[in-house]
Design a protein around this ligand. Structure first.
Ligand code: ATP
Length: 588
């Protein structure tokens, strides 16, 4: 299954209905804010209606008080108008406050949802997508949605409400002039409809290029040692300059697209006003209209077309938010392709793991394992040896279900491995990766990572467990023991020390199956012997799988499997394995 976020929707042929689906799913994410949105909406309606009442009050005052010389009535009318505007101000403030909260909460919830989804997605997803781009989706794209909610949504609704209200007033005051005044709006509507998909596309391209920029920074910072060691600073400078330039161009194009609405809207607003003035004067001259009504009319034409100019930038914000939402939605819509299935147990209590006719291909790649069959029995030590790229790590990844086979079945304890929950699986299988990852914190944090049993254990008790299991001798290699600080890049400690921490982390979980994938490649021979002793101290029923290039590491193995070109063959003895390795090397 493809998890590439850039190609996902093209594959699903969803592109066409993306626009409507985006709005629908974005609205579905707002349901928790229903009540607050309603209050903000009511406040906004009050503010809008009160603002709309202004021109009609002014028109009435002109016709009934100014033209007739009853100036005392003006004071009363002035007070009513002032009161109206003050209440409109309070309602407007309330709406802004509430919507600011809604935007921030949406930001908070969306970031949480995306992050939680990322924790839930399979290994494959992270192989196919760049970390920098994912970070940009969590940080930048969610903020575009926040900006729309906190700054634009209610303004957007308010503007539409004012325009609808002004339109109704225009038609009901004098329908002939009203319809003439509104006719340019139809052209604006057609223009907006035609141009919006292009604007959204330009915004999507701009957001994507921010993601690429972030990926580039992330890659060069992550690999800064290699960059410095190979003096490739210029290479990364050029790459960064290139993506930065592309980002700049994409941002400029998005800016042009976003700003295209304003001049067009302004042109047609002015056209509307011109029509009203010309026709209005004509209707006054033939006695069908009054000066007071024309003043109200011009004010309502302004109430209709001025918001339309605001609508131009609000509409651009809306298109940006939709483009951002599409990028976020692509993550939220993903399903983990490692579902749980039901399974009957096979009656073989001595076997812990079985491969039954297992074949495997990486997404968009050739088959790397071909029809593999083997059993791992409880309490035995297995060694997997073979040339580089032969398929050892892939086999181990299937044992711990980082991937599912493309054909065949992997059984754990006689049951399809897919029938175990992730929690059950990781409790039973400890996997020490070739290049272990450490989190920023202390050694204690890293060792207890994901360990439900010991997560709140006190240092004293932990030290006792370390003593009993023999892990103490490893911990002593760190000056400050459990409190030694490590950072996420693992700098400040050696690769071998990192492997020791990963080893302690796995052993402490007391797994039924311990997989060491080149886990001692960077450890000196004396320490390796220590690890050997610790492994031997593990409960007798613990099965161990050791993947190694160094043959001394596998001297104690009960069974040796030779893994080459995607085939797994059992070697009769260490000597057989050595012969196979030599043959494999000569063949390659
Ligand atoms: N994430 C991946 N995507 C696509 N192909 C991959 C991926 N990981 C490994 N491969 C390919 O699968 C094949 C087997 O790789 P694997 O890592 O299992 O070999 P290995 O025996 O563990 O090698 P090594 O001794 O170097 O660790 C190789 O041809 C490799 O290029």
């Amino acid at each position: 299954m493809s998890y590439n976020l850039d190609t996902l929707h093209e594959e699903k042929k969803e592109k066409k209905r993306l626009g409507f689906a985006s709005v629908k799913s974005l609205v579905a994410h707002m349901v928790e804010e229903k009540k607050i949105l309603l209050v903000a909406f009511v406040a906004m309606v009050i503010a809008a209606l009160l603002n709309l009442a202004g021109p009609i009050l002014i028109g009435y005052a002109v016709d009934n008080y100014i033209q007739t010389g009853k100036y005392h009535g003006l004071v009363i009318f002035g007070s009513i108008l002032l009161g109206t505007y003050i209440v409109a101000l309070v309602a407007g403030y309330l709406q802004t406050r509430l919507m600011g909260g809604v935007g921030q909460r949406m930001l908070y919830t969306l970031r949480n949802s995306v992050f939680e989804k990322l924790q839930d997605l399979p290994y494959d997803f992270f192989n196919q997508n760049k970390t920098g781009d994912l970070i940009s989706r969590i940080n930048n794209d969610t903020d575009k949605i926040n900006q729309f909610f906190s700054q634009s949504l209610m303004q957007f609704l308010r503007v539409i409400l004012i325009m609808v209200g002004a339109g109704i007033f225009l038609v009901s005051i004098f329908w002939k002039l009203g319809l003439a005044a509104l006719s340019p709006a139809i052209i604006i509507w057609i223009f907006t409809k035609l141009i919006s998909p292009w604007v959204k596309k330009k915004n999507a391209e701009s957001l994507k290029s921010v993601g690429n920029l972030s990926s580039e920074v992330q890659e060069s910072l992550n690999n800064f040692k290699v960059v410095v060691a190979f003096n490739r600073r210029d290479y990364f400078r050029q790459r960064f300059a290139f993506v930065n330039r592309k980002n700049y161009s994409a941002a400029v194009r998005a800016g042009i697209a976003n700003n295209i609405f304003l001049p067009v809207y302004t042109l047609f607003s002015n056209l509307g006003l011109m029509i009203v003035l010309t026709l209005g004067i004509y209707f006054i001259s033939v006695g069908e209209f009054t000066v007071g009504l024309l003043i109200s009319f011009v004010a309502y034409v302004n109430s209709f077309y001025n918001p339309l100019r605001q609508l131009a930038s609000l509409w651009a914000n809306f298109q940006t938010a939709l483009a951002a939402w599409d990028r976020i939605r692509r993550i939220l819509d993903l399903e983990n392709n490692l579902p749980r299935v039901g399974s009957k147990s096979v009656d073989d209590t001595a076997t812990l793991v079985s491969f039954r006719d297992v074949s495997f291909s990486y997404p968009n790649g050739n088959e790397v394992l071909h029809n593999i069959n083997f059993n791992l029995r409880k309490g035995k030590i297995y060694a997997f040896v073979g040339p580089t790229g032969g398929g050892k790590t892939t086999t181990a990844s299937l044992i711990s279900r980082l991937y599912d086979p493309t054909k065949g079945t992997v059984l754990l304890d006689g049951k399809d491995i897919r029938s175990f929950s992730a929690a059950e699986r990781v409790k039973r299988i400890g996997f020490i990766l070739q290049d272990p990852y450490l989190f920023s914190g202390t050694i204690r944090d890293n060792i207890l990572y994901g360990n439900e049993e010991y997560k709140n254990i006190r240092n004293k008790e932990l030290e006792k467990i370390f003593h009993d299991t023999g892990l103490e001798t490893l911990l002593q290699r760190f000056e400050r023991g459990l409190d030694t600080k490590v950072n996420d890049a693992g700098d400040g400690i050696s690769l071998g020390q990192k492997q020791l921490i990963a080893f302690m982390r796995a052993v402490l979980r007391k797994p039924d199956l311990l997989i060491l994938d080149e886990a001692t490649a960077n450890i000196d021979t004396v320490t390796e012997q220590l690890l050997d002793e610790i492994i031997r101290k593990l409960p007798t029923e613990t099965t161990k799988v050791i993947i190694a290039h160094r043959l001394n590491t596998i001297a104690n193995a009960d069974v040796i499997y030779f893994v080459n070109t995607g085939n797994v063959t059992r070697a009769g003895s260490l000597k057989d394995a050595v012969d196979m390795l030599m043959k494999g090397k000569m063949a390659s």
